[in-house]
Ligand binder design. Structure first.
Ligand SMILES: *[C@@H]1O[C@H](CO)[C@@H](O)[C@H](O)[C@H]1NC(C)=O
Ligand SMILES: *[C@@H]1O[C@H](CO)[C@@H](O)[C@H](O)[C@H]1NC(C)=O
Ligand SMILES: *[C@@H]1O[C@H](CO)[C@@H](O)[C@H](O)[C@H]1NC(C)=O
Length: 365
């Protein structure tokens, strides 16, 4: 399969606004430590940076002594890469060079040359360079001999210092033992599990590796364990006034739970059409727009995953932008799958449980 198709990280929607925008003040660099201490059943909690509620990033370090990076936490891919200092010599440097931190292999005593080069194509962006092997730390957890991409060129927008893919090894291109697998294999975490609390700003967001401090209220089984894919069975649009059912759309598709997909939910046109009709929304080629006069009356859109329902209200999926009222739903003509962005993960705690191939939901409101 074409990598452009199978890599789900989508920057398309935020691409235009990233470049040239100064986002100083966003990132809080942690004190870099290297005290290898395995996590217990509670896991290792790491504070995250939030970029416009679209993207959430986690501080890591690579090398000896540790070099700090803040990387996008992406459940929609399975590789780790960071920009290399050599990107500064590349003609494509424009995007990569807006990163804050660059990996300099010459300054790491644990660096080893990896087997060849990597290329990752995301939707609307790509990155390439040599594969490196080095020590990687997240909080107090450390793995050795991790292969990752040392990005020397590409169009990837460096809102962050690279991407940290936490999906299944099956989709990994650089190292078939992913960072999550290696954390487990090297005894740093007890479960291959990731617990995300991706809150809307100003609340502090966090991710816990190897544990979670809340119990799931519901579990959705993973349907295809190459990405975090679950079966979306129907979408029910209900009145926000009396809860009555307005439209039910039967869906036979998977939804990729992708924290790297930006805020929006992308869906195949055949499902987007009936839903947007129910919301009296018009597609302007980029976005769905609704009449602002009716804005506060917008119904609820309930996503059904078998018996588990995630309800979205207008606060989740719609906003005013100047004189326009926009929806956070996007249609994609050639898509077969739903791609679920951060509007979903803002709603509660999500537990990505790889050992049991399921996604847990807690405190969804
Ligand atoms: C990388 O580190 C080496 C060794 O400290 C240094 O000589 C070199 O200038 C660094 N490269 C860049 C581009 O900063
Ligand atoms: C997902 O849907 C497919 C097709 O309907 C079905 O074969 C499969 O058993 C479902 N998987 C789960 C985990 O519900
Ligand atoms: C929006 O409001 C106008 C005027 O009140 C009304 O005619 C129209 O039907 C409303 N649209 C929806 C989708 O409720």
């Amino acid at each position: 399969m074409n990598r452009f198709v199978i890599i789900y990280l989508t920057f398309a929607c935020v691409f235009g606004v990233i470049v040239g925008v100064s986002n100083d003040g966003l990132l809080r660099l942690p004190v870099v430590r290297r005290s290898r201490r395995a996590a217990d059943e509670n896991g290792e909690k790491v504070a995250m940076a939030n970029w416009r509620d679209d993207d959430y990033a986690v501080p890591i370090s690579i090398g000896t002594p540790p070099q700090p990076f803040i990387v996008l936490l992406d459940t929609g891919s399975s590789d780790l890469w960071v920009p290399s200092v050599k990107a500064k010599d590349s003609p494509d440097c424009v995007n990569l060079c807006s990163a804050r931190h660059f990996y300099n292999e010459s300054e790491s005593t644990t660096f080893e040359k990896g087997p060849g080069d990597f290329f990752i194509g995301y939707i609307g962006a790509s990155v390439k360079g040599p594969i490196a092997i080095d020590t990687v730390s997240i909080g107090d957890l450390t793995v050795t001999d991790q292969m990752f991409g040392s990005g020397e060129s590409g169009s990837h927008p460096a809102t962050f210092d690279g991407v940290f893919g936490v999906s299944y090894a099956l989709s990994a291109q650089i190292d078939k033992t992913t960072v999550l697998d290696r954390l487990y294999d090297q005894g740093q975490i007890k479960k291959r599990l990731l617990c995300t609390k991706l809150w809307k700003a100003p609340a502090d967001s966090e991710v816990i590796f190897g544990g979670c401090d809340v119990e799931a209220d519901d579990w959705i089984p993973v349907a295809v364990p190459d990405y975090w894919k679950v079966n979306l069975t129907k979408i029910v649009v209900t009145s926000s006034k009396d809860g009555s059912e307005l439209v039910t759309v039967d869906v036979n598709a998977v939804a990729v739970f992708d924290t790297g997909a930006g805020y929006n939910i992308h869906m195949p046109t055949k499902y987007a059409d009936p839903i947007s009709n129910a919301l009296a929304a018009k597609w302007d080629g980029i976005s769905y727009l609704v009449d602002c006069a009716n804005f506060t009356d917008l119904p609820n859109v309930n996503l059904h995953f078998g018996d588990v329902v995630i309800p979205l209200s207008l606060e989740d999926y719609a906003w005013k932008s100047g004189d326009e009222c926009q929806l956070g739903f996007k249609k994609a003509d050639d898509a077969n799958d739903f791609l679920s962005g951060t509007m979903l993960y803002n709603k509660g705690t999500f537990i990505f449980d790889m050992d049991n191939s399921r996604i847990g939901l807690a405190g969804i409101k």
